[in-house]
Design a protein around this ligand. Sequence first.
Ligand SMILES: Cc1cc2nc3c(=O)[nH]c(=O)nc-3n(C[C@H](O)[C@H](O)[C@H](O)COP(=O)(O)OP(=O)(O)OC[C@H]3O[C@@H](n4cnc5c(N)ncnc54)[C@H](O)[C@@H]3O)c2cc1C
Length: 393
Amino acid sequence: MMKSWDHVIIGGGIMGASLAYHLTRHGNEKVLLIEKSFAGAGSTGKSGAILRQHYSHEITIAMAREGLDWYSRFEEEHGRSISFHRPGMAFICTEENRPNLQRNVELQQRLGVKTKIIDAKELRELEPGGTFRDDECAAWESEAGNVQPVQAVNQILAVAEEQGTEVLIGRRVVSLIEEGSRITGVELDDQQRIAAGNVVICAGPWSGQMLQEAGVDLPLTAIRPEQAFFEPPPGAHERRLIYGDLTHGLYWKPELAGWTRVGLLDMDSDAVVDDPDHYDEGVSHEFIQGCRQKLSQRLPHYGLSPSWGGVGALYTVTPDSHPIIGPVPGREGAWIVSGFSGHGFKMAPAVCRGVASILGSAPAGAFVADFFSPLRFEQGAPIEVTYGYGILG
Ligand SMILES: Cc1cc2nc3c(=O)[nH]c(=O)nc-3n(C[C@H](O)[C@H](O)[C@H](O)COP(=O)(O)OP(=O)(O)OC[C@H]3O[C@@H](n4cnc5c(N)ncnc54)[C@H](O)[C@@H]3O)c2cc1C
């Protein structure tokens, strides 16, 4: 062993970068982050990075609140832009879904979220160019925001480096070093062996396979969601808000480039990816046409807008669509922080501050470790969500 670290983080996505930030912000422990490609090379770089608080459980609402607040203050605190904006977000549904929406909105309001139910008339006032049925309503969250994900991960990592994190880019962890039931470090692709008090696996879609190779089976699956991009025609009358459309199973949001990103809420049709290093990053003509058709049912000008194609991306999903966070079962000295099932970006500040409060000396926040326990599936206690769309939580 050449060198020893208190914490070795595998992965330079939003989780790895945020964990490095929180570990080094509140302590003087030695932290090394290892990234095989570049910061944001996994799910993070292609993320929608929508920061909404619209969840259906008090723990996830509180965590989303902490995340939104943290991202909103980042530039002021660190003098680095992550392009934080607050367009606001509307979750549209029909009367059939209204009782769930109502219950969730009331829970969110009790926890301090500025949100309310609006009816079809108010929806039309919010988005005058939009088409909404009389039997539809929405939850309107005025504070919902957005960041630019590649900027965000790089800036958070840069601050973590300033705080003392050592960052190794372009080196792959090929195995976890085991001594009995303890993980004592990692081995890299240049055969370098690195000792660690804690190894934290923040390897996104690669996490399940990495654990399997160490003999640990956790239900972490990589899947391939698709996104399409459209350019609103010049002069189109649109408020440029973020929408979750439960009627059509769609979400869309304005991108910094001026385009509109469209994705599906339902993950059931996303293909399983066996090798996240080699997957199809393109999308089919049918997918783009399907998104255009659904989006233009809401905002008719998209029927006449050019598409800039789309992108195949990666989610790491679990059976209950919530992350797996905690000590790796049967392996002391290792933690897993993965499985964010398409909605982890906003959670990263709360999750990573929480993990850093357990492994280091960060102050505790909204994160509740037991809630995300790696053991919950074998114990038959998955997290229950209100929505059929797991991505909504
Ligand atoms: C299209 C899309 C839209 C999304 N929209 C939203 C949204 O609007 N709001 C929201 O909250 N969330 C959203 N998400 C989810 C969110 O982006 C993810 O939950 C989050 O980015 C996961 O981050 P991560 O750090 O866990 O994983 P990743 O970003 O995948 O990072 C893992 C990193 O580990 C590295 N790595 C893997 N194996 C090794 C190894 N052996 N050695 C060294 N490095 C390794 C990889 O190269 C990668 O950089 C979206 C995701 C996608 C794909």
